[in-house]
Structures are given as structure tokens and as C-alpha cells.
Ligand binder design. Structure first.
Ligand SMILES: Nc1nc2c(ncn2[C@@H]2O[C@H](COP(=O)(O)OP(=O)(O)O)[C@@H](O)[C@H]2O)c(=O)[nH]1
Ligand SMILES: [Mg+2]
Length: 281
């Protein structure tokens, strides 16, 4: 899906983050564990080129655990310190330890200089991957506003985790033109784009196509379909029929089918699904 959604608040946020960059010692990039490649902002490479970095594969509770483990290895092999996490089910202490490990070199540098400085980390990522939720989990209270849609976090705010560690929450950033069809569909599906700008039906076709490819059994089981039609439009009609979403004359109510499918996917009714699997090698 081709997405062009780069609202004014993102331009502003990017500028505000660039202004604060000098203060930042460590960049904690949060991605969605279900699609760690498509949910990485390619602009970050340049923005944070000279910073110590770590990667958090969040929402691991919604992904396939075996695939997530492979992703952690994949990024580690590239020399990126990576942990998987769930801001809903995960243990805050473990994540905090991981962050402190990522910051160990920075603490050492401070020590060598004889200063006792606080390490400042920036939590960044595309919208809706759980940046604010992770920080709330780490501080143990709902200090930051969360919400299952983009644009909930507008400003920059700091939370202190220990006397020597502070984290900055930041608004989700996309990039101006998301041209890759697959990445665009994933980003739309996981709720990182304002839903009002999306063609819901097109999005559902992408969802069906992806699911039929990576999780055909889940699809069959959930919608009681024995043989998955190759054409996503036909498959959507089959799903409507099975659910009894019919209009006058027995015509499939695909609008209702689309809404239901999206809702069930977003509520996790389709189970734990990883959209992307690392290539071997
Ligand atoms: N299942 C699940 N939901 C999460 C997780 N982390 C965040 N969420 C939910 O995802 C939505 C977006 O979270 P939020 O922290 O506002 O994302 P942000 O835009 O990156 O700051 C909220 O509804 C959270 O409750 C997670 O690890 N697992
Ligand atoms: Mg937020």
C-alpha cells in the first residue's frame, strides 16, 4: 500500500528531537516484533548515526515467539544490541537491566572522565509501537499517555528510571513517502497511520493476502474454511458467507466482512502472528 501521511506534527517532532539530540547518550529504537523490518524508520540511520543504540522488539506477546527469537539473533548478528519485550506482559526489571547494559559503555566513559552524570536515553520509533507503554511499564505508573492510534504522544517528555538513567519519550515518526507495498500495508495494519486516510477494503485485501501466505491454517480455522481461494476478494466473500454477512439476494456484505476482519486482527483474535521472518543466512 502506498502511503503518504506525514502530518505537520511529525515534522515539528523531528525538529524538536534534532534539537535535543546533543543531550542524548543512548537511542532506544522500538519496533513491532511482528514486523521488525517494515516498522523500522529508515531515516533513523542518519538521524542517530553517531549514537549508541539498542533495539526493542515490542509487542512480542502478539508475535510468534520462535520467530521473534530468530529476529533477535538476526539483529545481534548485525551488531545491534536487541531485546524482545511486551509492554503488556513483560517484566520491567529485565528490560531495565538490558538498557543499563546497553548504557554500560557510556557510564564507563563518564567514570573515566571522573564525572557522575546521568545517562539520557531517547525512546523512538514509528507511531503505535508502544514507546509510551514501555516507559510507563519501566516507571511503574501511567505517566505517559498511551493509545492504540498514531499521534497520541505529541511532545517530548522525560521520565527518570534511576538516579543515573533518564529516558525521553517522543512522538512516533514515519517517513514522508512509504513506497514499499508490503511495508505500507504492515504499517497501516498495525495502526501506525491515521485510519481515516486508509482505504479499508484495500487494507483488508492486503491483510487477507498476507495471512493466506504466512498463516493459512489460522485463517482456515478461524473462519471455518477448508480451501482458501487464491483471489483475496473471493476469500473475503467466503468469509462473509461463513459468518452469515449477507445482504438481500444472498450477496456478501463485504463492507461488514472487512470491518470484522480488521477488528478481529487488531484485537488479536487471529492469534500470535509474525508478518516477517528473517531470511536464513
Ligand atoms: N499487546 C500489546 N499491546 C501493546 C504493547 N505495547 C503497547 N501496546 C498497546 O499499543 C498501543 C500503542 O501504545 P503506545 O505506547 O501509545 O504507542 P506509542 O505511539 O509508540 O507511544 C496501546 O493501545 C498500548 O496499550 C505490547 O507489548 N503488547
Ligand atoms: Mg507515545
Amino acid at each position: 500500500m502506498n502511503i503518504q501521511w506525514y502530518p505537520g506534527h511529525m515534522t515539528k517532532a523531528k525538529r524538536a528531537m534534532a534539537d535535543k539530540l546533543k543531550l542524548i547518550d543512548l537511542v532506544i529504537e522500538v519496533v513491532d516484533a511482528r514486523a521488525p523490518l517494515s516498522t523500522r524508520n529508515p531515516d533513523f540511520e542518519k538521524m542517530f548515526a553517531n549514537k549508541a543504540r539498542m533495539l526493542v522488539l515490542n509487542k512480542a506477546d502478539m508475535a510468534n515467539p520462535a520467530v521473534t527469537r530468530r529476529w533477535v539473533q538476526y539483529f545481534e548478528k548485525q551488531g545491534i544490541y536487541t531485546v524482545s519485550y511486551s509492554a503488556v506482559k513483560g517484566n520491567a526489571k529485565g528490560l531495565q537491566r538490558a538498557i543499563e547494559e546497553a548504557a554500560a559503555g557510556i557510564y564507563d566513559k563518564f567514570k573515566a572522565k571522573g564525572v557522575n552524570k546521568t545517562v539520557r536515553a531517547l525512546v523512538c520509533g514509528i507511531p503505535n509501537v508502544g514507546k509510551s507503554a514501555i516507559l510507563n511499564r519501566l516507571v511503574g505508573e501511567k505517566k505517559l499517555k498511551e493509545g492504540n492510534k498514531p499521534g497520541v504522544t505529541r511532545g517530548i517528555s522525560w521520565v527518570r528510571l534511576t538516579p543515573y538513567l533518564e529516558c525521553m519519550d517522543s512522538p512516533g515518526l514515519l517517513w514522508p513517502k512509504i513506497e514499499d507495498e508490503h511495508a505500507g500495508a504492515i504499517i497501516a495494519l498495525i495502526g501506525s497511520v491515521r485510519q481515516e486516510i486508509l482505504d479499508e477494503e484495500e487494507l483488508v485485501y492486503h491483510l487477507i493476502k498476507i495471512l493466506a501466505e504466512i498463516a493459512p491454517d489460522l485463517l482456515k480455522e478461524r473462519y471455518k474454511i477448508e480451501e482458501l481461494a487464491e483471489d483475496p476478494y473471493e476469500l473475503l466473500q467466503d468469509i462473509c458467507r461463513k459468518r452469515g454477512f449477507l445482504m438481500r439476494g444472498g450477496v456478501a456484505d463485504t463492507e461488514r466482512g472487512c470491518k470484522t476482519l480488521l477488528e478481529e486482527f487488531r484485537n488479536g483474535k487471529l492469534g500470535s502472528i509474525s508478518f516477517e521472518v528473517p531470511k536464513e543466512g
